[in-house]
Design a protein around this ligand. Structure first.
Ligand SMILES: [Zn+2]
Length: 321
C-alpha cells in the first residue's frame, strides 16, 4: 500500500498540466493584442533539426487547424475559440497561436529520458513544464522550455517560414503560461511539501489534487464565460520588461507570490481533498470562492500584460508587425 501511495504521489507531480484552457487564454490575449492577428500564413511542412528529443509517437507535425477544437473542448464549455478549416492551405495567425498553444500538453514530452531527477518524479513531461523553487533551489526546465521555443521561432522567421515561426511561438506561449500557475512553481506550501516528503505521503496526494483542481478552475472561469475573468485578460495593457530573464522572473513570481493565498483557500473550502474538482464543484461553492476568483483574475491580468508586451516586442523584432 505504502509503495502504491508513493508511486501515485510521484506520478501526481508530473501529470500536472498547469492551467487548463491554454487555447482560450491564448486566443483572448492574441485577439486583443496583435495588429496582425487575422493575417493569413501558408501551412508549410516541418523541416527542422532540433536539439530536443520528443516522444515521436505523440508528436504532432501535421497541421490540425479546423479539426482540433471539436475533439478537445469539454462538452460543458459555453465559450471557446472558433476553429475554422484552412482555406487554400492558409490559416490566420491567431489560429496557429491558439491551437498550438495546447500542443506541449498532448504527449510530446511524455515517456522520455530527460533528467536523473525524473526517476524521483516519475514522468518526463513535468521536467519540461514546471520550474519548482524549493528553499534556494530551482528544479526542472519550464523556463528553459520557453526560451528554447522562442529561439526555434526566431529561426523559423529568419527562414521566412512564418507558419512554423508562429507554431513554435505557440509552444513558447504554452510554457510561459505554465510558469504563471502557482502550483507549477512549487507543489505547495513548504511545510506541506516537507510533510509529504518526509512522513506523510497522503499529504502529497492532497497537494496534487489541489494543483489539478486549480488547473481546472481557470477552465471553469473561461469556458463558462465569466465576464470578469475575460475582461481581466482582454483589457490588460502590454507591459514591457528589460529582457527575457526578467520576463521569466516576473511571471514565476506571479505564481509563487500567490501560492500561499490560493492554497489557504483550498484548505478552507475543501479540507482533506481526495479528488480533482471540476466545474460543477466550483459552481456549487461559488460564494466561498470569491477570493479565489479575485486572485485568479489578478494573476491573469498581470500575466496577460507581460505576455502581450513580449509578443509585441518579439514580433516587431522578427519583422512580423
Ligand atoms: Zn504544460
Amino acid at each position: 500500500m505504502k509503495r502504491f501511495v508513493v508511486l501515485v504521489w510521484l506520478f501526481s507531480l508530473t501529470v500536472a498540466f498547469a492551467w487548463s484552457a491554454h487555447e482560450t487564454l491564448t486566443y483572448l490575449i492574441v485577439k486583443s493584442t496583435l495588429p496582425n492577428a487575422d493575417d493569413l500564413v501558408e501551412i508549410t511542412p516541418y523541416s527542422y533539426n532540433e536539439k530536443r528529443i520528443y516522444n515521436i509517437e505523440r508528436l504532432i507535425l501535421d497541421d490540425v487547424c479546423g479539426r482540433f477544437m471539436v475533439n478537445f473542448i469539454p462538452s460543458w464549455a459555453k465559450f471557446y475559440p472558433p476553429d475554422p478549416a484552412p482555406i487554400n492551405n492558409k490559416v490566420p495567425v491567431w489560429q496557429v497561436l491558439t491551437v498550438y498553444s495546447v500542443e506541449p500538453d498532448l504527449g510530446m514530452d511524455e515517456g522520455l529520458n530527460l533528467s536523473p531527477l525524473q526517476s524521483i518524479i516519475g514522468n518526463s513531461q513535468g521536467v519540461r513544464h514546471m520550474k519548482y523553487k524549493l528553499l534556494f533551489f530551482d528544479f526542472f526546465e519550464g523556463s528553459e522550455s520557453f526560451l528554447y521555443f522562442v529561439e526555434m521561432s526566431k529561426q523559423a522567421f529568419q527562414r521566412n517560414d512564418r507558419y512554423w515561426g508562429y507554431r513554435f511561438l505557440a509552444r513558447a506561449i504554452h510554457h510561459l503560461e505554465d510558469l504563471s500557475m502557482p502550483y507549477h512553481n512549487a507543489p505547495g506550501r513548504l511545510g506541506d511539501v516537507l510533510e509529504s516528503l518526509l512522513w506523510n505521503r497522503e499529504k502529497g496526494m492532497e497537494l496534487a489534487y489541489r494543483h489539478f483542481s486549480y488547473d481546472e478552475y481557470l477552465a471553469y472561469l473561461l469556458y463558462l464565460e465569466d465576464q470578469e475573468a475575460i475582461n481581466s485578460i482582454v483589457e490588460a495593457q502590454p507591459k514591457r520588461v528589460k529582457n527575457m530573464r526578467e520576463l521569466i522572473q516576473r511571471v514565476r513570481l506571479l505564481g509563487l507570490r500567490n501560492l500561499e493565498d490560493v492554497d489557504e483557500i483550498f484548505v478552507r473550502v475543501y479540507p482533506n481533498l481526495d479528488r480533482s474538482l471540476s466545474w460543477n464543484d466550483f459552481e456549487a461553492s461559488a460564494k466561498q470562492l470569491e477570493e479565489l476568483k479575485r486572485i485568479t483574475n489578478h494573476i491573469m491580468k498581470d500575466f496577460s500584460a507581460y505576455l502581450k508586451g513580449f509578443l509585441l516586442d518579439f514580433l516587431t523584432q522578427v519583422g512580423e508587425i
